[in-house]
Design a protein around this ligand. Structure first.
Ligand SMILES: [Zn+2]
Length: 365
């Protein structure tokens, strides 16, 4: 009975938090882009208007051309402003449009703030889908794109990137986006406890992944708990670098001993990790993903095997957890980790930053 109430409260909590996140996004016309070590530096941004949270200004800077900012329909000029709040050196910008809109955009100007006024330094009257402009070397803190002509519709822009030579100043590394979710229709957790960087006092450290417990079924958006039949898939193409074919479950005595040791020392132990049966994939460019607590592994998945995006790797489970030791279904979920250049993605970020970073990492459905 108690467990049932807990589940109802948990589901209600998840629904409330996801509604809140949506409301917050919907009013966004300005914001701060800040993913700690994963961005060059935090910067502020503003746009003339945003049609909705789904097409917010945030998507101008996520290095994902399949997402975009969309303005409201308006007869006034539209604009995008990036404000670093301090001097930056810059000498190139890139502006990309969705393929269905760029022909409608007749021109735009790139402007900088000089003594409180916007000065045009470049005007593009031959707009293409992807545009790259070398600028004179500038030390500026603010830069703006102005679209003087209205296109009698919503204006859409996919990406707005500012560079100093090859260094991207206002966005996210392109390798940290474009993955699909590891479970079809899986629910990205929004509660901080399930996100990377959450404290785990009983394990003497921090949670290094995200815990996925539900699939979301549309149109009723009902949350369905994962089971040992739920498949996990490769989030991007890559090479298998670990597949625990010789995994041996812990017995209760070993589990308790492991728990006690982990409590005392900030260490984990090979083959005797709470991660249970695991698969790791190297996606190149420093990105590694890790699937934990699996109940089974697909026969083709072996170390050295190349996998495609979306390929089935195995099934969700509770290996490495007490439920497995006790022979029950307790605790079934996918603990999924993303490692970037040797560190877990989300290190040093607050829960809301981690949540937003993961929304960017995974392609929107
Ligand atoms: Zn976890």
């Amino acid at each position: 009975m108690k467990l049932k109430y807990f589940k109802i409260i948990l589901i209600a909590f998840l629904l409330i938090t996801s509604v809140n996140a949506e409301e917050k996004l919907e009013s966004e016309v300005r914001g701060i882009f800040d993913f700690g070590i994963y961005t060059t530096t935090p910067f502020h941004y503003e746009v003339s208007s945003s049609m909705s949270g789904k097409y917010g200004a945030f998507y101008l800077f996520d290095s994902n051309v399949s997402t975009q900012w969309m303005s409201e329909k308006s007869s006034k000029p539209a604009w995008i402003l990036v404000d670093f709040k301090e001097k930056r050196l810059m000498n190139r910008v890139e502006i990309s449009f969705p393929s269905w809109v760029y022909r409608e955009v007749k021109s735009y100007s790139i402007q900088v703030n000089v003594w409180g006024n916007w000065k045009t330094i470049l005007k593009n009257q031959k707009v293409k889908k992807d545009n790259s402009h070398f600028l004179p070397g500038m030390d500026a803190s603010q830069i703006r794109i102005l679209f003087p002509e209205t296109i009698n519709s919503h204006l859409s822009v996919s990406d707005f990137k500012i560079f100093l030579e090859d260094a991207l100043l206002n966005g996210l590394n392109e390798h940290l986006t474009g993955h699909i979710f590891p479970i079809v229709d899986g629910q990205l957790p929004s509660e901080s406890y399930s996100l990377p960087g959450a404290p785990r006092a009983y394990r003497n450290g921090f949670h290094k992944g995200l815990d996925i417990r539900f699939t979301k079924l549309n149109p009723n958006s009902e949350l369905i708990p994962l089971s040992k039949e739920t498949e996990v898939i490769a989030t991007a193409k890559g090479k298998i670098i670990r597949a625990d074919w010789n995994y041996i479950p812990m017995n209760l005595e070993e589990f308790e001993k492991q728990k006690e040791l982990t409590n005392q020392h900030k260490v984990t132990f090979v083959d005797r990790d709470f991660g249970g049966r695991q698969i790791w994939i190297d996606h190149g460019n420093g990105v590694i993903t890790s699937f934990n607590h699996l109940s089974s592994i697909e026969s083709k998945v072996k170390v050295g095997t190349k996998v495609k995006q979306g390929q089935v790797l195995g099934k969700v489970g509770n290996s490495g957890l007490k439920g497995e030791v006790e022979g029950s279904d307790e605790g079934i979920h996918l603990h999924f980790e993303i490692w970037y250049k040797g560190e877990f993605l989300g290190k040093g970020l607050k829960a809301d930053q981690s949540y937003q970073l993961l929304q960017v990492f995974f392609k929107p459905y």
